[in-house]
Ligand binder design. Structure first.
Ligand code: ADP
Length: 482
């Protein structure tokens, strides 16, 4: 039987994106359509969303949503069915979705995302004529309160998806009085969290089911080391917690048809990668050396991503004759450190600070190996792109990285299944060892080609994950009905 779902997300690719959440929010609805799950996504009316919205029609009007009127719009953008919370006083401003142009959190984030959750709850209960979803689907802390509203006020069941437990949305206790929740919600069983209001905690406590983005991460977040303060609650809720790995949009990430590449190629015609490697080396001013092992990295430059480990391991990388192509942005100190390293070794280290879709694609197609030395990684998307593009992922064995890459150890090679290089724990020493091991694999080009073929054959699509999400949705509806 078809299911109708209201997904509520603060980001959606390609309109608004700070991380993998945007990719997932955009890619899953079309994949779920094949499972007979119809998804409409409610997103905040950021400028980029409003500009892209076509055939917009007003569905509802809120006379006072945290101080000013707001509208609920419905329309299409980028091939997706969207509902948009048009609340200019909350979402139309320069800067990012969560931070002002100088990188400081917006002081009214508590109300911006309470408003999104509040409107999500109304839509879930059918306020938008003609759209009465069977269930609501909340993503990240931004929409955690949705589960609380529907729990206390009634409405369809909620599935809560955690994309990264590190972002929890904690606000001071005074915020509680402005949320319109009953007094009973101010408790350890409710939304109270360490003396304040925990938005993600609210979602985890009240959702009918919780999913996260890989099986290993689902296990890690139930431990004190990986639970970031929420492991106790997640252990309590373990029976409704499922890990489903992310996929990537294999139409956007398709080496055969990708228009952002210097040359297209397939698993059986990998020679085309050499043209991309040369183009990448040119673009970053690296020495034009086809034989040099070229590592790539596309990442937020933060502690989570282990970029400081890579910085310390750079002498080893250079020592084995390799090059590095790095694209990312994040912590200022990290950005400066990589720029300085690139200035010191211009022919060996190329570094671009910023967000650059086309360079990200070229790195995947031109680098020989892709580095993901994360300290923790809920799923990770860049290693999935790397598998598809034949850049061997060199990853820390954490979260979804461990679930999606097969280490090219002797046993895996004997079985013909290795797809990359994995190291644990995430430390400078182990990363250095992994760099050296990758360099020694690189010296055996026949072996390297085999690994590359295995990597490119890996199923990184949304097909299987979409079927697993559909199963979760059906199970939740069945248990509500029981
Ligand atoms: P996270 O969501 O933790 O940042 P993921 O690996 O799950 O990490 O997703 C990151 C996504 O953002 C990937 O699609 C990656 O290609 C993309 N990305 C990250 N940094 C950049 C950048 N500087 N330029 C272009 N794309 C980037």
């Amino acid at each position: 039987m078809p299911i109708s779902v209201l997904s509520v997300a603060s980001e959606i690719y390609p309109l608004v994106k700070t991380g993998g959440l945007a990719d997932v929010a955009a890619a899953l609805p079309p994949a779920l359509a094949a499972e007979d799950v119809r998804v409409r996504t409610l997103v905040p009316g950021y400028q980029a969303v409003l500009s892209a919205l076509e055939d917009a029609s007003e569905q509802w009007f809120f006379a006072d949503l945290y101080g000013s009127p707001a509208r609920l719009l419905q329309g299409r953008a980028g091939g997706l069915d969207l509902m948009v919370l048009d609340a200019p006083h909350l979402f139309l401003r320069p800067g990012g979705p969560y931070q002002d142009p100088s990188g400081v959190d917006w002081p009214d984030n508590a109300w911006r995302f309470a408003a999104l959750a509040r409107v999500g709850a109304e839509v879930a209960r059918g306020v938008a004529g003609g759209f009465v979803p069977d269930l609501a689907w909340a993503h990240e802390w931004h929409t955690g309160l949705l589960a609380a509203y529907l729990h206390y006020e009634g409405g369809p069941p909620v599935v809560m998806t955690v994309h990264n437990l590190a972002f929890q949305g904690w606000f001071p206790a005074a915020v509680f009085a402005t949320l319109g929740l009953p007094a009973a919600a101010w408790s350890v069983e409710g939304v109270e969290y360490f003396g304040g209001v925990g938005y993600l905690k609210a979602g985890l406590a009240h959702a009918d089911a919780i999913t996260t983005v890989s099986p290993s991460y689902a296990a890690e977040i139930r431990t004190p080391e990986g639970g970031m303060g929420l492991d106790g609650l997640l252990r309590l809720r373990a029976d409704c917690l499922v890990g489903i790995r992310n996929g990537i949009d294999t139409a956007v990430w398709d080496p055969e048809g990708d228009r952002l590449l210097a040359e297209n190629y397939t698993a059986s015609r990998v020679e085309g990668r050499a043209v991309n490697k040369a183009a990448l080396q040119r673009r970053l001013g690296l020495a034009a050396q086809p034989e040099a092992l070229l590592f790539g990295m596309v990442s937020r430059l933060t502690w989570q991503k282990g970029v400081d480990l890579l910085l310390e391991a750079l002498p080893t990388l250079l020592g084995c004759g390799a090059q590095l192509a790095l694209l990312g942005s994040g912590e200022r100190a990290m950005e400066a450190a990589f720029l300085a390293a690139a200035e010191q070794h211009p022919e060996r280290i190329g570094c671009r600070i910023g967000y650059d879709e086309s360079l990200a694609h070229l790195i995947q197609a031109g680098a020989d190996a892709l580095l993901v030395p994360s300290r923790f990684e809920p799923c990770g998307l860049t290693q999935l792109c790397a598998l598809r593009y034949g850049a061997l992922p060199v990853v820390a064995r954490v979260g979804g990285l461990g679930d999606t890459v097969i280490d090219a150890n002797e046993m895996a090679m004997a079985a013909g299944v290795g797809t990359g290089v994995m190291f644990a724990p995430p430390s400078v020493r182990m990363l250095e060892a992994a760099l050296l091991r990758t360099a020694s694999l690189w010296r055996d080009q026949r072996l390297w080609r085999r690994l590359q073929r295995n990597a490119m054959r890996t199923d990184v699509s949304w097909r299987r994950p979409a079927a697993q999400y559909a199963r979760v949705f059906h199970d939740v509806l069945a248990s509500r009905a029981a």
